[in-house]
Ligand binder design. Structure first.
Ligand code: UD1
Length: 418
């Protein structure tokens, strides 16, 4: 069993570089199966989800090399279109392989990702979009199977701007015959990053970031080289940590423009933030201020992935704050754990009411999902006394080395394996 142990109450001071974006790397690695030559993806964080994506690529027949944060994929020998359940289960976003493998092999079979720790995570929007492209999709016995003998471009309208469904539609449509328009597409920076990579592979695609993506299908895509964008959620996590514990934090290798929704709220809580093109400094002073109502929304709204870190911060504000979680049904598991540390948070469905307390106290808590786990690290760093966090494997799905990063910033933190 692995635990993170934090002796909290120290300021966070110093500088840290932000890792590459997990949520960009995964669809980009899936996209490499579309190439007829070698692809090099730089800035891949060392995470279990990235390793799971590499395992899937190898299973499909790709040759994959990893050197530090650079992953090279040669997909020329792709021979398999079925992804076994054991690999699918390792990460939810393996569903992004559905569009790419279908486009490459004209068929695919994956086990359905099913529900997980954030509540039900259906893939109906993915399936609807693929069907629009004249792909036959059947679901039986826990499997989703596609056949795409005659894929063709189409007008797709997503009922909700799902990130994963937008990615799957892009990955399938880039090689479909004719023109595709994806309306109400997700606008997240990771969608723009995927578009950039696909363009480098020779795809004719434009509009990512606007909500309407246009694609002119090209039968063949070639190998390409790409560096993924910095991880805006890892950046948000560290900013919330410094805002809560106090101190001056510099982030380098970051794109502050991707963080506007988060920095606006951090400023409302009293943090001072200065940004440059690829770096930013947060200075925290005085008591955290409460905010009125914070709603999670699709980009450019406040990201659901930063909700848990922000909840930790607001738990020590000088008044009451309300959060409305609009994206996922069950994303407040961290609140009960924060309450064990002395927070006063009441959750009712999608709404959390956070009555700020003066300080949190160290306790034994359990991470039950990735960002909720990060929230516990943030809380532990600011709390008085010792916090022991189990469920470390969840946290490590999204952060390369949160223990090393926090430690470098002055937090008394260690990982204990027993
Ligand atoms: C991606 C991110 C995740 C982030 C989320 C929202 C990756 C690997 N993960 O997840 O970190 O929290 O975007 O920004 O990039 N939905 C349906 N039917 C579908 C698809 C989605 O009802 O077919 C619903 C989901 O249940 C959820 C909402 O739409 O309530 C948003 O999901 P989506 O944008 O698809 O998130 P993911 O791509 O899974």
């Amino acid at each position: 069993m692995c635990k993170i142990i934090i002796n909290g109450g120290r300021r966070l001071d110093g500088s840290t570089a932000v890792q590459g974006a997990k949520n960009s790397v995964l669809p980009i690695l899936a996209a490499t199966v579309l190439a007829d030559g070698e692809c090099t993806v730089m800035g891949c964080p060392n995470l279990s989800d990235v390793n799971a994506a590499i395992e899937i690529l190898e299973y499909l027949g790709c040759k994959v090399w990893r050197e530090g944060s650079t992953v090279t994929v040669n997909p020329q020998a792709v021979s398999c279109a079925d992804i076994p359940d054991s690999l699918m289960r390792k990460m939810r976003s393996s569903v992004t392989f559905l569009g790419a493998v279908t486009a490459r092999c004209k068929r695919a079979k994956i086990s359905s990702p099913g529900g997980c720790e954030l509540g039900p995570r259906p893939i109906d929007l993915h399936i609807k979009a693929l069907r629009e492209l004249n792909i036959s999709v059947t679901e039986h016995g826990g499997y989703t199977e596609t056949f795409a003998e005659n894929m063709r471009g189409a007008d797709i309208h997503l009922d909700f701007p799902s990130v994963g469904a937008t990615e799957n539609a892009m990955l399938a449509a880039v090689t479909a015959k004719g023109t595709t328009t994806i309306n109400n597409a997700a606008k997240e920076p990771e969608i723009c990053d995927l578009e950039d990579f696909l363009k480098k592979m020779g795809a004719k695609i434009s509009g990512a970031g606007t909500g309407v993506i246009k694609i002119e299908g090209t039968p063949k895509l070639h190998g390409a080289e790409h560096r993924v964008i910095p991880d805006r959620i890892a950046a948000s996590t560290y900013l919330c940590a410094a805002a809560m514990a106090g101190g001056t934090l510099e982030l380098t290798d970051v794109l502050p423009r991707h963080l506007n929704a988060v920095t606006a709220v951090l400023k409302d809580t009293g943090a001072e933030i200065r940004t440059k093109k690829n770096s930013m400094v947060l200075k925290a002073s005085g008591r955290v201020r409460s905010i009125d109502t914070l709603r999670t929304m699709p980009y450019p709204g406040f990201p659901t992935d930063a909700q848990a870190p922000m909840t930790a911060l607001l738990s020590v504000a000088n008044g009451t704050s309300v959060i409305i979680e609009n994206i996922f049904e069950n994303r407040y598991k961290h609140c009960a754990q924060l309450c064990k540390m002395g927070a006063d948070i009441k959750v009712n469905g999608r709404i959390a009411v956070i009555c700020g307390v003066r300080e949190l106290t160290g306790s034994t808590v359990c991470a039950q999902e990735l960002r909720g786990g990060a929230a516990l690290c943030i809380a532990g760093a600011a709390a008085r006394g010792v916090t022991e966090i189990s469920g470390v494997n969840y946290i490590e799905r999204g952060y390369e080395d949160i223990v090393k990063d926090f430690s470098r910033l002055g937090v008394e933190i260690k990982k204990q394996i027993s």
